[in-house]
Design a protein around this ligand. Structure first.
Ligand SMILES: Nc1ncnc2c1ncn2[C@@H]1O[C@H](COP(=O)(O)OP(=O)(O)OP(=O)(O)O)[C@@H](O)[C@H]1O
Ligand SMILES: Nc1ncnc2c1ncn2[C@@H]1O[C@H](COP(=O)(O)OP(=O)(O)OP(=O)(O)O)[C@@H](O)[C@H]1O
Ligand SMILES: [Mg+2]
Ligand SMILES: [Mg+2]
Lengths: 251, 251
């Protein structure tokens, strides 16, 4: 069975896409056959790796996913591109019972050919994110160390709990990741302490530092690991990947 | 007729709430009777001014808005709080025909008592943001000067155009605001040049600098104008307010 990591947080701009893309790349470089799925109508994860958004979302079509995915590295990394088609966006967002079953069965076909699947979600707690959580084995929540970060957390945790308690779910809480971390700012240290007090071990030891290379890499269609192999964000995402792989061995 | 400014962008974390709160405060300080409306399920605009999220969203209730708003300064600034109630959130997001008409007529009641209304939207292009655009006289789009900022812009512009062309709309394009601006970063200067080339005069001359005071102020329940009256973000939001008021005189 593949590990399916859902990268989700309703708060916007916290580093969901940056984490999804760079973690997927680090997993591929650790020889895990990895698929990055773009569920965000902005299609940022698709273009961050140099792929193009498509006219119809692959999860709403009938062809096999293997015909619709875009290879990034032969054998180890592929992207299931997103779509900006307004009808598809609304259909995915509404995720009614029929579409939800279809999406879940489409995503289940990935287990046969991939070791890990990473799903990038839009900044929302709506039905599409809930469907993505239902398809996942674990949820990873990026949090920026700022005041508003703590506000929406309880709502998010409630939705995750609801999905974990539903019959068909196989969802575990994968972890909380602190992003755009700047240890010189008082606010960063305050939120770090509050989050670790509240969530304890669930919070990854690895934090992702604020590093302009992470923001520049997507404009070159590359992961930060490819764009700036020795920068601080690259080292942090490699460390995160090792922590994610260790957590697998333990459970 | 009141001016109704819709602060919208589907990209997350670009400074929508920070702009809505601080522009509303600056307008109130310029003696415009101002109402800040929180349409985001995270209720960040509500707590940024020290108010509390409520159990039911005021726009979905029947009492007069004047009974449901929270006064920040007597006579010049009030906030219509948001709600995290999951049923209200889903009803607002779905914004079906009946609810949409109800929301629009509720928002129309604000014209009698306020000079300006500022609406903070969630990071989405869905029906709720479209309803907010329908209720507005102008849309103000904060953009962070980073690569992903340019990606979702065309979709956003299309939605705004659709609303502007519908019969009942009174929507103008208010302007594009560059936020978290750091002139020492190459990426900031590149995106600035690209946005101004493409949009010209529509882009406000005022840019909002990256300033930690803007991120700290909400944890004190204050606008940045109150929290740090002489900081760079405060000066920028006062300048923005003057530009917004000038644009009114011209049109
Ligand atoms: N470690 C980092 N250092 C510096 N900039 C970063 C870092 N991580 C992300 N960014 C930048 O911050 C912005 C927000 O990140 P990103 O788009 O990944 O967040 P998101 O949660 O996916 O946003 P959305 O809610 O819109 O989907 C982007 O412009 C990105 O390039
Ligand atoms: N000028 C600024 N300087 C420094 N930090 C800022 C500035 N403006 C906003 N921030 C911080 O950046 C983060 C994102 O801003 P904000 O929450 O206002 O964006 P948003 O677009 O409303 O996000 P969402 O899409 O989740 O609604 C917040 O933590 C905020 O405090
Ligand atoms: Mg994203
Ligand atoms: Mg906001």
């Amino acid at each position: 069975l593949a590990r399916v990591l859902c990268i989700a947080n309703q708060k916007g701009g916290v580093g969901k896409t940056t984490t999804a893309v760079n973690l997927a790349d680090a997993l591929a470089k650790s020889d895990r056959r990895t698929l990055l799925v773009d569920l965000d109508p902005q299609c940022n994860a698709t273009s961050a790796l140099g792929a193009k958004a498509v006219d119809h979302h692959p999860l709403l079509m009938d062809e096999p996913l293997s015909d619709l995915q875009v290879g990034i590295y032969p054998d180890t990394l592929a992207v299931l591109p997103g779509s900006r088609n307004i009808d598809d966006v609304q259909r995915l967002a509404a995720s009614d019972e029929t579409d939800r079953r279809h999406l879940l069965s489409r995503l289940a076909t990935t287990h046969a050919t991939f070791d890990t699947v990473v799903i990038d979600c839009p900044p929302s707690l709506g039905r599409l994110t809930q469907t993505a959580l239902m398809a996942s084995t674990e949820v990873l929540m990026p949090i920026q160390c700022e005041f508003f970060a703590m506000e929406g957390l309880t709502q998010m945790i409630e939705v995750i709990r609801d999905v974990m308690h539903s019959e068909t779910s196989q969802l575990d809480f994968g972890g909380i990741l602190l992003t755009m971390y700047d240890p010189t700012l008082e606010l960063t240290l305050e939120v770090d302490a509050e989050v670790r007090d509240f969530f304890g071990e669930v919070v990854f030891e690895t934090v992702i530092p604020r590093d302009i290379n992470a923001a520049e890499a997507p404009s070159h269609g590359q992961s930060v690991l490819e764009y700036a192999p020795r920068c601080r964000a690259t080292r942090a995402y490699i460390e995160l990947c090792m922590e994610v792989l260790e957590r697998d061995d333990e459970s």
